[in-house]
Write a protein that binds this ligand. Sequence first.
Ligand code: MG
Length: 177
Amino acid sequence: MTARAASIRLLCLDVDGVLTDGTVQLDDLGHETKRFNVRDGLGISAVRHRLEELGVRHLYSGSKNKFDDIRDAANACGVPLSAVAFVGDDLPDLPAMRACGYPVAVHDAAAEVRAVAAFVTTAAGGHGAVREVVEHLLRSQNRWNEALSMFDSPSAPDIRAGSGGVQHEQHEQPQST
Ligand SMILES: [Mg+2]
């Protein structure tokens, strides 16, 4: 598995149930709130920092076909599907997981999703699972120490989630991912 992880050049993430614990809170006015774990954002930023030369990031909001979307993202990045890792948690993620080179399931993913995964996290979705994937991929590529070195300086870059140049590609009719 480590050899496959070492060849990954693009990380694609489901959001609900992966970057969040799948919980959606509604307030009295019907406004939707999702919970993210800050450690996941830190992990993603580490990848962004180290793979800046890739230069392309996409957000597919309200994806109706995750396979099509990871194929589009891979094409946009000039990366073959065999070099794509995709992290999922539920049944709509299965086509994308089967198509990519390194399918990953969060610990509390559906049994069918775990069954096709090359790597299953010990953390549950929304509780540091993405951070775990990032560390796993970087360690497989012998780049973990390189990523850690960004924290050596007291004037380390601001790597909070969302502080970088993410290119947002909004699809119409957003819905639960
Ligand atoms: Mg999901």
